[in-house]
Design a protein around this ligand. Sequence first.
Ligand code: G3P
Length: 182
Amino acid sequence: MKIFLDTADTEVIRKYFETGLVDGVTTNPTLIMKSGRDPEEVYQEIKDIGVKDISMEVVGNFVEMYTEASRLSQKFGDVCTVKVPCTREGLKVCKALSDEGIRVNVTLIFCAAQAVLAAKAGATYVSPFVGRLDDQSVAGLEVVRSITGLYQIHGIRTQVLSASIRSVQRAIRSWYNGAQVC
Ligand code: G3P
């Protein structure tokens, strides 16, 4: 049961990392923008705090995402998990990077079908957006359950990272439904 902080606020990360209970950090362009800082400066500071798994999101077309991802992976080494959107281009990037042994977090997952494609593309993590699904009156936790169930039946090693988590209850129920990370 891993806990990832979903923020680019390095003071918050520092404060909670000290507890020894934080396994990773996920960021996205919105969170980075909110911090008002240069993304790579933020990643470096999170790395210096000691975080071992940092999701760094890339955007653009296949070439742009792949190029940026390779650069980030080289610069930050093993702490770098590349985050890509679950689009056709994103899945192509996921496949290419996974084949090279680079961890990929496929984000913006809203149904089990997307999670199947991400797993086939070699994703280390898939991120179903529990809160955003709930916002649309779709039971986010049920989506988590269907993905973990499917992965279990087929022996898939991709981990389910429950994202867009806004309450302790949603975190606990995500783990109960088989998610490895919240
Ligand atoms: O991990 C995704 C997250 O940043 C979105 O969260 O609460 O804005 O839906 P939220």
